[in-house]
Design a protein around this ligand. Sequence first.
Ligand code: NDP
Length: 292
Amino acid sequence: MEINGKTRLLGLLGDPVQHTLSPLIHNTLSDILGINEVYVPFHTHKEGLADAVKGAFELNILGMNATVPHKNEIMASLVDIDEGAAAIGAVNTLVRTANGYKGYNTDMMGLSRELESYGVELDSKRVIILGAGGAARAVAYMCMNKGADKVYILNRTIEKAQTIAEDMNGHFGRETMTAMRLGDYGQLLQENVDDKFVVFQSTSIGLAPNNEAVVIDDPHFYDRVSVGIDLIYNPFETKFMKLCRQAGALAYNGLRMLLYQGIIAYELWNDISISEDVADIVYDRLLQSIRE
Ligand code: NDP
């Protein structure tokens, strides 16, 4: 694409940014859609984050993503925050408005669109979330928002799971979420002896190069899974997914979550709607890139 006087800039604020796949997603979208925009990574330290956001606005930058470790701190530099992002307590997308940027959490929206693409419904379902880090907060909000009947959040550090459960129960005004220690999953299965669960694997266990690691390695657990969604996409099939499939459950990875968080950000920046045909082209490029 030719860069000229009409080119608009998009970018990513993070530390580090070297491994990001976001430029691939957004520059592919600009190419396919013929939109004169360029997306670049900005390696930004936390001390300079507020200045970076201010400077980006002055430079007429159309929109940005924020990644680790800036997803919480960046909220202080925004003029408005979407309700979901505020409840999650993390922003990964900045959309330009007349007087500053508005923050969204397209990780949560992307995971939601991934589930829709696979036909996975959460309404009235029993859900288990493994992990209580940043990504788990987005998963928790989405499960509550989609009307799950019961959501159990299990984490090695129970306090982090408790905080998420309290925050989400408070925000939605119902006691749907329960926090438990990771090791107490047996008790949870006994308490719900007739139920199967939709399980989100949102710990970092199993991420390459530790491909054979898994958060729970007990076949009895997997017998009770109806659908397993691992947020990890590298490796493409995690040990968690293999154990789900061996037990007869459906299993999906997090690559479509990554894809759709980017697609939704691009839709917000440009006020457009992107077709599934275009999304599929970007998905193939992502797949190619993680396999290289
Ligand atoms: P965090 O660092 O915030 O959280 C990590 C989680 O993993 C915590 O719950 C932590 O438990 C748990 N954990 C780590 N090591 C162990 C261990 N040895 N035993 C038990 N639990 C452990 O990470 P994020 O929430 O940001 O990301 C989690 C995963 O989701 C990552 O693999 C990331 O790649 C993926 N992700 C995918 C996205 C996508 O678009 N597909 C988007 C965002 C994330 P504790 O609290 O006890 O430390």
